[in-house]
Design a protein. Structure first.
Length: 153
């Protein structure tokens, strides 16, 4: 009887360690995405942002935004992803003054990139395909484009 209890305890301990290790492995970054520079186009910045999200490279995805850290290190299985990204349009570069009362008003250059993609595990959003627009900003051509706002396209 004692031998059976020891085996059950050992099996339970091993199972718990494997489960914990699996969760730690699953929540780790799956790759590293280079931070876009000043020569990177707004559409390529959006692509880099999506690649960083899907690689769980939250350091890069947070750095591409002007809003500051928004994506915490998602553990377990709940990290947000965007798949099947399709760029559906890119408006000519405008000035922030063309967007009064918004997060982009104070910038000299604003680019709007329209997309269609499948969203998974985003807080406050239903999973599935939907249009989405990204508002990218910078104050001069020597600065990299950064995402300042987004919303339903």
């Amino acid at each position: 009887m004692q031998n059976t209890q020891v085996r059950v305890l050992v099996a339970a301990t091993v199972a718990l360690l494997l489960l914990t290790g699996g969760f730690v492995w699953w929540s780790m970054p799956r790759g590293s995405v280079a931070l876009p520079g000043p020569a990177t186009s707004p559409t390529d910045v959006v692509r880099a942002y999506v690649r960083a999200l899907d690689a769980r490279d939250y350091t890069t995805s947070n750095s591409i935004q002007t809003m500051g850290p928004d994506l915490e290190q998602h553990g377990w299985f709940g990290g947000p992803t965007i798949t099947h990204l399709k760029i559906t349009g890119a408006a000519p570069v405008a000035t922030g003054a063309d967007f009064p009362d918004s997060r982009v008003t104070r910038y000299r250059q604003v680019a709007v990139v329209d997309t269609d993609a499948v969203f998974h595990d985003w807080s406050g959003m239903q999973d599935g395909r939907q249009p989405w627009s990204y508002y990218l900003v910078r104050s001069s051509s020597t600065q990299p484009w950064r995402i300042a706002d987004w919303g339903q396209g």
